[in-house]
Design a protein around this ligand. Structure first.
Ligand code: KIV
Length: 271
């Protein structure tokens, strides 16, 4: 019997058991009540309240501007919609890099004010002290390595990371350090598939890939990208499962036409 079809509530322990059993983990981002409800009902394992909300919900160019208050608003909405999926929330840029006490305070606000089950932060060895402090308060932590969008101004571009030997070795060392510190999982973003496979086999916690090939323990995509709501963003790793932007525009155009032609409301649609 598969684990994912058998659990009432996905926990970090379930994810670990899924890795051990070789069952793939399905994760998507979610930012609001209505979509999160659909994701949960569809059986998604993990909903990540990603700081990509900064892009897809608020229209900023990067993930940097979104605030902790914004993230709490999105996360609380997602938690209210969820009865089965594990809800993980990104700590936004500037709320954990200062020192481990700041990181703990931010993580506690997320847990207290949203009801989520875990937090995620970007970085390797340099954030291990923060990871340990957050874990010491009983808060599960997910790591994020490879292309870490909060560092976009350092990278200068969104190209594939860790293609050279030195960066690949650093990524492996960082993954081991995060696993040793006690993270329950690590997102691997936009790195070579071979490297992601090696990391996945070397560490005992689940890896969730986005643009990291198939040899990882699970996959994550940004909801608005996979549903075809966003239009400009088309990286190689993105599979669009729908063309929702076309359907929404079509429905809205039909509505406009009906209002203008007085075809809406009809006799049955009034009191
Ligand atoms: O914020 C986000 O959506 C993410 C995913 C890309 C993993 O961190």
């Amino acid at each position: 019997m598969s684990l994912h079809s058998n659990v009432r509530r996905v926990t970090t322990h379930v994810l670990l058991a899924m890795k051990l059993k070789g069952e793939k983990i399905a994760m998507l981002t979610g930012y609001d009540y209505s979509f999160a409800r659909l994701l949960d009902q569809a059986g998604i394992d993990v909903i990540l309240v990603g700081d990509s909300a900064s892009n897809v919900m608020a229209g900023y160019e990067t993930t940097l501007p979104i605030t902790l208050d914004n993230m709490i608003y999105h996360a609380a909405s997602v938690v209210r919609a969820t009865s089965r999926a594990l809800v993980v929330v990104d700590l936004p840029f500037g709320t954990y890099q200062g020192n481990s006490m700041e990181a703990l305070a931010s993580a506690i606000r997320i847990m207290k004010e949203t009801g989520a089950s875990a937090i995620k932060l970007e970085g390797g060895k340099e954030i291990v002290e923060s990871v340990e402090r957050i874990l010491s308060a009983g808060i599960p932590v997910m790591g994020h390595l490879g292309l870490t969008p909060q560092s976009i101004h350092k990278f200068g571009t969104y190209v594939v990371r860790a293609t050279d030997k030195e960066e690949a070795q650093k990524l492996k060392d960082d993954a081991l350090a995060l696993a040793k510190a006690g993270c329950f999982g690590i997102v691997l973003e936009k790195i070579p598939a071979k490297l992601a496979g090696e990391v996945t086999r070397e560490i005992s916690i689940p890896t969730i890939g986005i643009g990291a090939g198939s040899e990882v323990d699970g996959q994550v995509l940004v909801l608005h990208d996979m549903l075809g709501i966003t239009q400009e963003f088309s990286p190689r790793f993105l599979r669009r499962y729908h063309n929702l932007q076309m359907e929404v525009k079509g429905a809205v155009q039909n509505y406009i036409e009906d209002v203008r032609s007085q075809n809406f409301p009809n006799e049955k649609e009034q009191y």
